[in-house]
Write a protein that binds this ligand. Structure first.
Ligand SMILES: *[C@@H]1O[C@H](CO)[C@@H](O)[C@H](O)[C@H]1NC(C)=O
Ligand SMILES: *[C@@H]1O[C@H](CO)[C@@H](O)[C@H](O)[C@H]1NC(C)=O
Ligand SMILES: *[C@@H]1O[C@H](CO)[C@@H](O)[C@H](O)[C@H]1NC(C)=O
Ligand SMILES: *[C@@H]1O[C@H](CO)[C@@H](O)[C@H](O)[C@H]1NC(C)=O
Ligand SMILES: *[C@@H]1O[C@H](CO)[C@@H](O)[C@H](O)[C@H]1NC(C)=O
Ligand SMILES: *[C@@H]1O[C@H](CO)[C@@H](O)[C@H](O)[C@H]1NC(C)=O
Length: 307
């Protein structure tokens, strides 16, 4: 089952966002994020006329038809590859005729000859990278055109892509022609309307009676989305599971996981919490972190030599 905008289908035993060929690598409910493989944007120059672009792609996809996703600004960066290029990402579809997308940001990279771009270094020579702001809804790349005369051997194409910040290391060979690339990109998802005006915050969702409130599990809480409008659901403290399903959140047996929920005394699980106490005759200032020791009266301690 799925809520509008979240459908995932299996193609050749591989999960993809419905209606696209975008592979889903990871999906989690709390934090509400998924990792998908998105196509890169590129433009390649004409070998016989290196001042002209012969083919290009904006890397556009239909991944966000219902607006539930935002490109994660905390997990992704924008990378531009090329010798003498300026690449940008445009996002947030507008209704204006001139610009289909608003919000443009990007960076510029140079390299005089092939050896100036160094493996492992994305520092504006052959490769540059910038942070992106929150709120982006689409990946749509766009380049300026610069004469590539003298560069066609080592940099025949320009590339632009979003990528997991921890998952890209520049290689000089990445400047070569290979337009069939995808990169791992993190998406933040939330319960939202098709556009910002129909998205609800927690306070509004709790009041609304006509819309389907998503936090249906007992022992779940609503939290405002952090990237874009809308809200997410999470199991209350002491519960775990899927807050978007009836009975999705179940009690955590803290005593079964002493590494996460320490107890040096006697552990007893309760609904939504746990108790950690010392057995009869034993005491501790904090049985969760300090051992329980025998509680002898002072006289008895002196008598048997306990200090
Ligand atoms: C490349 O440029 C040449 C000369 O200007 C032109 O004849 C040819 O059609 C161009 N090729 C492409 C794929 O644009
Ligand atoms: C660029 O490289 C060429 C050799 O390929 C060199 O002659 C020229 O001085 C370089 N220009 C700059 C600005 O570094
Ligand atoms: C980068 O992402 C790919 C595709 O998801 C994955 O296979 C690889 O392990 C990741 N590498 C790192 C260093 O995270
Ligand atoms: C692009 O890459 C995919 C997966 O690596 C492959 O299945 C497909 O055949 C490639 N397409 C072209 C045109 O090279
Ligand atoms: C959630 O967002 C609404 C509207 O922006 C705001 O009024 C409310 O205080 C927020 N709630 C929390 C818990 O931040
Ligand atoms: C949810 O909690 C309420 C109040 O504690 C209870 O009346 C109801 O039966 C519970 N629902 C389910 C599905 O457990």
């Amino acid at each position: 089952c799925f809520r509008k905008g979240f459908e995932i289908e299996c193609i050749n035993n591989s999960p993809v966002l419905a209606g696209t060929s975008i592979h889903v690598v990871h999906l989690s409910g709390d934090p509400a994020e998924s990792l998908v493989m998105l196509p890169v944007g590129w433009q390649c120059y004409n070998t016989s006329s290196p001042d002209k672009v012969e083919a290009s792609s904006h890397g556009e996809t239909e991944m966000n038809k219902h607006g539930v996703y935002r490109l994660s600004n905390t997990h992704n960066m924008l990378v531009i590859l090329g010798c003498n290029t300026m690449g940008n990402i445009g996002s947030v579809r507008t209704t204006r005729d001139v610009d289909e997308y608003s919000y443009y940001m990007g960076c510029m990279t140079f390299c005089n000859y092939s050896a100036t771009a160094q493996d492992g270094l994305c520092a504006s020579v052959g490769c540059c990278h910038v942070d992106i702001p929150p709120g982006l809804t689409h990946n749509y790349f766009y380049f300026r055109v610069y004469d590539h005369t003298g560069m066609m051997d080592f940099s025949p194409c320009d590339y632009a892509f979003l990528v997991d910040r921890t998952n890209y290391t520049f290689r000089r060979s990445d400047l070569l022609r290979d337009t069939n690339r995808t990169s791992p990109v993190w998406l933040d998802w939330a319960i939202r309307g098709d556009d910002d005006s129909t998205s609800l915050s927690c306070a509004e969702a709790a009041k609304a009676t006509t819309t389907e409130y998503a936090c249906v599990s007992n022992h779940s809480d609503c939290v405002n989305a952090t990237n874009g409008p809308g809200y997410n659901c999470r199991c209350s403290k002491g519960y775990q599971g899927n807050a978007y399903l009836v009975n999705g959140c179940s009690n955590i047996d803290e005593c079964a996981d002493p590494a996460k929920y320490p107890c040096k005394g006697v552990c007893r699980d309760t609904e939504g919490s746990y108790q950690c106490t010392c057995g009869p005759g034993y005491g501790s200032d904090d049985p969760k972190t300090q051992r329980c020791t025998p509680k002898f009266p002072l006289a008895a301690q002196i008598c048997i030599g306990v200090q």
